[in-house]
Write a protein that binds this ligand. Structure first.
Ligand code: 3HC
Ligand code: NAI
Length: 650
């Protein structure tokens, strides 16, 4: 065979080893054409007697990242992936998968069809199908147990989280880590493998059976995800470990094809593509972001410390400014305790903590900000305090430094009105805890320069956030919908529906907490003070049930009670007789409402506010609103967001 190249699959020879190279940018997804190309490559290599082994590599940033998700909404096209994997496994010559970047889903299934797997040190392997609402469809639930044991299969498949190369090597998911030139290393690996007897194909290896209590425990863990796919995947792994390979494959395929059509899968695909679109708005594609290599944070409280920690996590040096030495010590302690938490959870070692802390300069002097490219203000939510801080920033920072406010409700235009160089002002609304929550609302003022807006998106991506642009209105996108959601929940209470029933309905829907439990946790006083502020500014804001509770001293868990009682200082909410008494004159006699009706009611309120937000241009797209709800407010990802749901249900 001469060297051969089709559009997606090239074959070249290195002596007796064929190197099959896939080139299907951006991530070498397994489109129908690529599947066909792989079948043809397997035929060509088998037919050439001079070839003794085959190395499979990918061009570009990654090994095959999986099936082509864009095909999932359409009928399956032949050749189907299980057949392609089986063809590679049945090849006359052993195949070696050479993995760099990520071998995910169908990509790792192809690798498991190969007789050997080698990887670069920074490669990852995984089966993330459950995160798309499906199960592996080309042997992931069947071959993984046969390759590395049932317990590894359960972790990889039901969590959907990839493993790094060294962890994968330790359990036999891969055979060798190759530093340096991967293709050359894989060819050398293939040559030495040919000198030994070949191991059996993965499908022919035995599986160690697991005891009943293993499956019980695994079932409990999989159920925690809250949606169907992890449980289905677990059942398939169990079946696959107890039945012959062909039967297990048939069952997996049937389940994969059924779930592919499910609402859950459609929702998760919607979120997958929305997330990828969010960080890169079309309007900014040609804009070079203003450079951000160092950050100043004003205020080391709840938000400032979290923002500073997120910046350090991304490697940015941080200057933390507080109003006096006592507050600065407290702010630095807040930061240290975030890193301590990461150490405790095993996410950071002591050297990592020391590195993070070494990149922070604390000061009470704004002059320390002179070299910073971006300054994020996170001081008290009071217009006077924020205006004074911005006036100081303008005096001390470079004229091209980006100046951002983390305000939740204030109008960013009012914070910076009259200050020089308005093109560098922007709102960067992080969510609490800022080093954990993925949402970043980006709020430009009318004068914000496009390279400043682009820098905000670039920062969001660098920090691993989901950046969403929001227009200026009270509460931007997220808090505005939250307000409507809470009002709708209170309206049901007024109609006589039980507080605990409403919370339970939203938990059944998929939220971790219902609207009232969540308020008790965060504190009812925050929204109360905001309403009071509006009232004292002359706005007509009717008294809410929440206002009545705050006035009676019930601000939530911090005061031993809010919508619920928390007996003995505990954290479990108990329905409260005091609340029933306080609200009795304002609510109708108790009535039963089915939980799905309660949920539908509150979801309709969210979607309707979302619709208004879209019409006003506060959000750029319905999918941005879905991302805000999912990443900032605990909306269950597998339901796709309020706008997606509304669109599907009509
Ligand atoms: N199918 C189609 N397009 C994909 C894709 C896939 N599996 N994975 C990524 N893309 C696209 C993205 O939409 C994006 O397109 P855009 O540039 O037009 O927006 C582009 O590739 C780059 O993606 P990212 O921005 O996510 O690039 P990163 O470098 O940050 O990440 C990645 C790369 C880790 C591979 C990440 O894209 C990813 O996790 N992809 C999904 C992997 C996955 O879920 N695979 C399993 C699929 S299901 C399956 O295989 C079923 C099988 O069992 C039969
Ligand atoms: P906080 O009260 O915990 O912290 C504010 C910090 O700012 C304090 O440490 C204070 O000493 C410092 N500070 C006050 N004036 C200062 C000045 N002139 N110079 C330097 N430091 C000063 O408040 P929190 O919760 O961190 O909120 C900060 C901002 O973030 C507010 O605008 C708030 O609306 C917003 N926000 C809060 C969220 C939350 O859940 N807490 C969520 C999103 C935004």
């Amino acid at each position: 065979m001469d060297d051969k190249t089709t559009a997606l699959v090239g074959i070249r020879k290195d002596g007796e080893i064929a190197v099959v190279t896939i080139t299907n940018p951006p991530v070498n997804a397994l489109s129908a054409d690529l599947r066909q190309g792989l079948l043809e490559a397997a035929e060509a290599c088998d037919e050439d007697d001079a070839i003794k082994a085959v190395v499979l590599v990918c061009a570009g940033r990654t090994f095959i990242a999986g099936a082509d998700v864009r095909e999932f909404g359409k009928p399956p096209q032949p050749p189907h992936l299980p057949g392609v994997v089986a063809r590679i496994e049945a090849a006359k010559k052993p195949w070696v998968a050479a993995i760099h970047g990520t071998a995910l889903g169908g990509g790792f299934e192809v690798a498991m069809g190969c007789r050997f797997r080698v990887a670069s040190p920074d490669a990852k392997v995984g089966l993330p199908e459950v995160t798309l609402g499906i199960v592996p469809g080309a042997s992931g639930t069947v071959r993984t147990s046969r390759l590395a044991g049932v317990s590894v299969a359960v972790d990889l498949v039901t969590s959907g989280r990839p493993w790094n190369a060294s962890k994968a090597l330790s359990v036999g998911l891969i055979d060798e880590i190759i530093a340096g030139d991967l293709a050359a290393g894989a060819v050398a690996f293939a040559r030495s493998a040919l000198k030994c007897p070949l191991p059996p194909a993965v499908s022919e290896r035995p599986v160690e059976p697991m005891p009943e209590d293993f499956w019980q425990e695994a079932g409990k863990r999989a159920a925690k995800a809250g949606h169907q796919a992890p449980l289905e995947a677990l059942a398939l792994i169990r079946f696959g470990s107890q039945h012959p390979f062909p039967e297990a494959m048939a069952k997996e395929r049937a389940c994969f094809l059924a779930l592919r059509q499910s609402e859950e899968a459609a929702a998760l695909r919607h979120v997958f593509f929305a997330e990828r679109g969010a960080g890169r708005p079309d309007a900014l594609r040609a804009v070079k972001p203003r450079s951000v290599a160092s950050v100043g944070v004003i205020g080391g409280g709840t938000m400032g410390a979290g923002i500073a920690a997120a910046c350090r996590e991304a490697g940015l040096p941080v200057v933390l400014i507080e109003r006096d030495d006592v507050a600065l010590d407290r702010g630095l302690a807040n930061l240290a305790s975030i890193f301590d938490g990461a150490v405790k959870r095993g996410k950071l070692d002591s050297k990592g903590k020391a590195d993070r802390l070494a990149g922070i300069v604390g000061s009470t002097d704004y002059a320390a900000l002179a070299g910073c490219d971006l300054i994020i203000e996170a001081v008290f939510e009071e217009i006077g305090v924020k205006r004074a801080v911005f006036a100081d920033l303008v005096r001390h920072c470079r004229a091209d430094a980006i100046l951002a406010t983390n305000t939740s409700y204030l109008d960013p235009r009012a914070i910076v009105a009259g200050l020089a160089h308005p093109e560098r002002f922007i709102g960067l609304h992080f969510f609490s805890p800022a080093h954990v929550m993925k949402l970043l609302e980006i709020v430009p003022v009318p004068e914000t320069a496009s390279d400043v807006l682009a820098a905000a998106f670039a920062l969001g991506r660098l920090l691993g956030k989901v950046p969403v642009e929001a227009g200026i209105c009270e509460g931007f996108i997220g808090n505005r919908i939250l307000k409507r959601y809470r009002a709708a929940a209170e309206a049901l209470v007024v109609e006589g529906v039980g507080i605990a029933e409403i919370d339970a309905a939203m938990r059944d829907f998929g939220f971790r907490m219902g609207p009232f439990e969540a308020q008790d946790l965060g504190g009812l006083d925050i929204a109360y003070l905001q309403r009071e502020g509006a009232r004292s500014a002359g706005q007509v804001v009717p008294e809410t049930l929440g206002d009545r509770l705050v006035k009676a001293g019930r601000k939530g868990q911090k005061t031993d009670g809010g919508w619920y009682d928390y007996p003995n200082g505990g954290r479990s909410p108990e329905p409260s007789l005091v609340v029933a008494e306080l609200l009795s004159a304002h609510v109708a006699p108790s009535r039963l409402m089915p939980r799905d009706e309660i949920a539908a009611n509150l979801l309709a309120a969210m979607a309707s506010e979302g619709q208004a937000i879209l019409v006003e241009g506060v959000a750029q797209s319905a999918s941005d609103i879905d991302l805000v709800e999912i990443h900032g407010y605990g909306f269950p990802r597998w339901k796709g967001g309020p706008m997606f749901l509304h669109d599907r249900k009509g």
